[in-house]
Structures are given as structure tokens and as C-alpha cells.
Design a protein around this ligand. Structure first.
Ligand SMILES: *Cc1c(COP(=O)(O)O)cnc(C)c1O
Length: 353
């Protein structure tokens, strides 16, 4: 029989809205947002835009939608966006950019998820050539989900910004978990806003809102995104009810992310103590850890099942990788217990290699 649940570390999207957040939602002032008359949506859009130093914001249903619109406003059909090979826009948005916006893509490869501007710049193709696809946009994910929540080096982002400005190529940052980079690093939200044209921030990842993301950028691009959102069926009416949760999340749940980072480090250290080849704790910079269980001769799916039976839920990200994610609903105490359980499961999973 499976043990009682100790911690659900499959994703930071699993959080439940707190009582205070529900209270904020229940009493939110609302209006028809397609008319631009929802005061809570307007406040959220203005708040996030001001935070990152951009002119305007657009509240959307998901991070996929903000990315989709962020790409679509900068890339004409038939032109391309460049991104890292495991970027969420390439792997986890079910082909939206190609299927709905006619955007093509190429990728560079960063095995450890760190960002090097030259990798991206080496792929840029001039837009005026008649026989080759032109590059309109470079997308950078910060933090980088599938490589274990890695933070992009800010100096490299500044270099990218300077070089792309000269090339006439725009930059979109998928900052689904940008708050994690802010809390763990030395740059502010506004610093991150300064190195891109458009930026997407999720309110439902780690920050604990039940739904929603905000796209920010210059006013003309955001108005274009608002128009396209309506075309895709994403116009919302009294959305202040959910936007209130987003405002609450961004006002109350950013600083505490350091606790999630500490919990993730603690889990990584416990596992590394049993099996150092599986994870290097020094690369766990935020709230995500990737366990390379193939290095102890184990299969990711088997490790995930064994962990679940012992009370800790994790994700088999690929046949070789198990991902754990810490969040608002995993206390430091639960993370401590989960660390022990995962370390034991990994130790038991070792086979001769
Ligand atoms: C989760 C995530 C998104 C958006 O996902 P939705 O489920 O559409 O909200 C975008 N980018 C990254 C890096 C993510 O991890």
C-alpha cells in the first residue's frame, strides 16, 4: 500500500489559493474587460507593467497564451523565432506558434540550460533575403524549466539586447518563473524588463494564483496582442475575479520564493549525498531539480513510481530524468521529509551500470 502523501513535487502549478487570496477574489471590483472596464484587470496589468518598467500589460489565461501573443506580435507568418532546444515555446505549447501564427523556428542547444548570447546570435538570418527564412525574434526562457530552473546570466542577456538592437531583431523573455530569478539573483524585475521587448510572467506558477499570466511590452505591441487575443477567443469579461488572485500573488508571494529555493537545495543535497552522479546541488539555483537517474542505471518512470509509493510525487520528465519542483504548498518540514524519502528511493534504485 502506498504511504500517505508527504509532498507533491510534480509541479508548482499544483498550489491551492489561500483563504486570503480567495477573500481578495470574492470582493474584487469587476467590469467588462472586453470594454476595458474591469478595474481589477486594469490594476493588475498596470502593476505588472510598472514592475518591469514596460509601458503596458495584457492579462491572459495562461503562460502559453502570453508566449503565443508575445511571439505573434513580433514575427510575421513565415518568419522565424529562435529559442533554446528545450524551450517551453518549442516543446510544451503544442505547436501553437506554427499552427496558429504561421511562425517557424530554429533552435540552439544548451545542454545545461545556461544562456550564452553567441549561441543565439550565430543563428540569426537577415530578414531581407528572398530565399531564406528571416529571423524576427529571439526568445529566452528565464528561469529555464526543463533544464532545472536555471537562471540566465544577466551579462549575456545585456549582450543579446545590444546585438539584436543593431540587427533589428526583437527579444521576448518567457519569464514564467522570472520572479524566481529576481529573488535568487541581483537584478530587479525592471532590470529584466530592460533587456527585452516583450516579457511573459506567470501568476499561477509558484506565486500561487489559480490562473493567469501577464504579457508586458510597448503600448503598440500590447494593443496588437489584445486584438489577437480576441481573435483567438481569449477576450474576457468580468475577469477581475481571477485577476484579483494574480494581484494578491504578486504582492504577497514573491519574497517567500527563497524558502522554495532552500527546500529544493535541501532535496538536491540529500539525494547527492546518496548518489552524487544524479544531481549536482550547485546547479539547483531556484525551485526545480532534475535527477539524472540513468547515471545509476535506473529508469525515470520506475523512480517516479517508487517515490509516489513512498509518499513523494515527482515527474518522469524523460526516460532519463526525474524532475522535482518545490512550491507554496510544500512546507520546509515536508521538504525535509521528502528529501529523505527521495534520497532513499534513489539509493534503492541503483543498479549495476
Ligand atoms: C508553465 C510554463 C509556461 C506556461 O504554461 P501554461 O501552462 O500555459 O500556463 C511557459 N513557459 C514556461 C517556461 C513554463 O514553465
Amino acid at each position: 500500500m502506498a504511504a500517505a502523501l508527504i509532498a507533491d513535487l510534480r509541479s508548482d502549478t499544483l498550489t491551492q489559493p489561500s483563504q486570503e487570496m480567495r477573500q481578495a477574489m470574492a470582493y474584487a471590483e469587476v467590469g467588462d474587460d472586453v470594454y476595458g472596464e474591469d478595474p481589477t484587470v486594469n490594476a493588475l496589468e498596470e502593476h505588472v507593467a510598472a514592475l518591469v518598467g514596460h509601458e503596458a500589460g495584457l492579462y491572459c489565461s495562461s503562460g502559453s497564451q502570453t508566449n503565443m501573443l508575445g511571439v505573434a506580435v513580433s514575427v510575421e507568418p513565415g518568419f522565424e523565432v529562435l529559442a533554446e532546444s528545450r524551450a517551453h515555446i518549442l516543446r510544451a505549447e503544442v505547436g501553437a506558434h506554427a499552427a496558429l501564427a504561421g511562425v517557424t523556428s530554429r533552435n540552439w542547444i544548451s545542454p545545461d540550460g545556461t544562456f550564452c548570447a553567441d549561441d543565439a546570435l550565430a543563428l540569426v538570418s537577415a530578414q531581407e533575403r528572398y530565399n531564406i527564412v528571416g529571423t524576427a525574434l529571439i526568445e529566452v526562457e528565464n528561469t529555464h524549466n526543463f533544464s532545472g530552473g536555471r537562471i540566465s546570466d544577466f551579462g549575456e542577456l545585456v549582450r543579446l539586447r545590444e546585438a539584436t538592437r543593431e540587427l533589428g531583431v526583437r527579444v521576448h523573455v518567457d519569464g514564467a518563473r522570472l520572479a524566481h530569478a529576481v529573488v535568487a539573483g541581483e537584478q530587479s524585475f525592471a532590470d529584466h524588463g530592460s533587456i527585452c521587448d516583450t516579457l511573459s510572467i506567470c501568476l499561477s506558477k509558484g506565486l500561487g494564483a489559480p490562473v493567469g499570466s501577464v504579457l508586458t511590452g510597448p503600448r503598440d505591441l500590447i494593443e496588437r496582442a489584445r486584438y489577437l487575443r480576441k481573435r483567438y477567443g481569449g477576450g474576457m469579461r468580468q475577469a477581475g475575479i481571477i485577476a484579483a488572485a494574480g494581484l494578491y500573488a504578486i504582492e504577497h508571494n514573491v519574497d517567500r520564493l527563497v524558502e522554495d529555493h532552500e527546500s529544493a537545495s535541501r532535496i538536491a543535497e540529500a539525494v547527492a549525498a546518496e548518489a552524487p552522479e544524479v544531481i549536482d546541488p550547485s546547479v539547483v539555483e531556484t525551485n526545480i531539480g532534475i535527477l539524472r537517474v540513468d547515471r545509476i542505471g535506473a529508469k525515470a518512470a520506475d523512480v517516479a513510481v517508487a517515490a509516489a509509493e513512498a509518499g513523494v510525487r515527482v515527474t518522469a520528465l524523460s526516460p532519463t530524468e526525474v524532475r522535482f519542483v518545490t512550491h507554496l504548498d510544500v512546507s520546509a518540514e515536508a521538504a525535509g521529509k521528502a528529501a529523505q524519502v527521495l534520497a532513499e528511493v534513489v539509493a534503492r534504485s541503483r543498479t549495476a551500470v
